[in-house]
Design a protein around this ligand. Structure first.
Ligand code: GLU
Length: 322
């Protein structure tokens, strides 16, 4: 049997907060409990949104929390580099393959035109409204004419087939044919999309298991289509329910959701945060200080609640005060 390989792939566009820390912890426990290998990959592909200081900070925060990785930035490994901004040629190669197979087309729609697609059917919740295929069948002449005034994005032609997959925590998922519409794999400004980069990387890095937040469940059918189009084996997926505030919205700054750096500065011990996150994830009955390593033996995916976890203000406060 191949050894399990999992990863955590933060985007350094903000400080690591407790929601990110929880995903990182669960992904790490999932891998460590199976004696697998853990990869850290920095997803800074959207360079205008990302900052190198935040990438350094994320690595420092995760180490402070008690996580480690077998491969990653500053550590190296057989699939280096582990920083997306240094892997562009690999994404270009994947794009080239898709293009040669006729799976892509240039899209000249403006932002305003795209915004006007109010509520197309089969939108994937977190992915915005479905693209109606405006540029799908432009003739070569039309493409050439549009190209005179606009740099196109590149879209993947979504096959007209239903999609399904079995998620290790969320269960069976079904998506109707054409779900989400044709999606962008390279933006008009040349930036490679998350969908393409994540597939190229997880495949190249031999990732067998992706554990990530439920907010990315909707991205998975798109990623599975790319695996198939590129002839690459897909990993198993486990999408863990998010931590929400009492208003039912994802825990965020307005709830006072706190950054790891802030907690550290306030003198909160990492074991306390780990224990709190474990209690919020069905791994401990009560939030009591614990090291990441102490959680490995008892970890099981099926302990993680299937519904979003509502975090009350008191529970949040308990993270920082006695
Ligand atoms: N970089 C993504 C994020 O921070 C995660 C990607 C993934 O786990 O597939 O939201």
């Amino acid at each position: 049997m191949t050894r399990m390989r999992g990863r955590f792939a933060p985007t350094p566009s903000g400080l690591m907060h407790i929601g990110n820390a929880r995903t990182a912890l669960l992904a790490w426990l999932h891998v460590r409990s199976e004696d697998g290998q853990f990869v850290l990959r920095m997803e800074d592909i959207d360079t205008p949104r990302c900052k190198p200081e935040l990438a350094e900070q994320a690595l420092a925060d995760l180490r402070w929390l008690g996580l480690d990785w077998d491969e990653g930035p500053n550590v190296g490994g057989p699939f280096a580099p582990y920083v997306q901004s240094e892997r562009i040629p690999m994404y270009e190669e994947a794009l080239h393959r898709l293009e040669q197979d006729g799976r892509l087309y240039p899209c000249y729609c403006s932002r305003a035109e795209l915004m006007a697609i109010a509520s197309a059917p089969h939108g994937l919740g977190s992915e915005g409204p479905a693209y109606p295929g405006t540029c799908r069948s432009l003739t070569r002449e039309e493409q050439a004419r549009r190209a005179e005034t606009k740099m196109p994005s590149l879209r993947f032609r979504v096959p007209d087939e239903a999609m399904s997959f079995v998620d290790l925590t969320a269960g069976e998922q079904r998506f109707p044919p054409g779900s989400g519409g044709d999606f962008v794999v390279r933006r008009a400004d040349g930036i490679i999309s998350y969908q393409l980069a994540v597939v190229a990387d997880d495949a190249a890095m031999g990732i067998t298991d992706v554990l990530r937040g439920y907010d990315l469940l909707d991205s998975t059918p798109r990623q599975l289509m790319l695996y198939e189009a590129l002839g690459l084996p897909a990993p198993r997926f486990a999408h863990v329910p998010l931590l929400n505030g009492t208003d039912g919205k994802r825990l965020a700054k307005r709830h006072g959701a706190i950054s790891l750096a802030g907690l550290r500065q306030a003198g909160v011990a990492p074991e306390r945060i780990v224990g709190w996150l474990a209690a919020m994830s069905g791994l401990l009955d009560r939030p009591e200080p614990v090291s990441t390593k102490e959680l490995i033996r008892a970890f099981r995916l099926d302990l993680i609640p299937k519904e979003p976890v509502v975090v009350t203000d008191e529970q949040l406060a308990a993270l920082t005060h006695n």
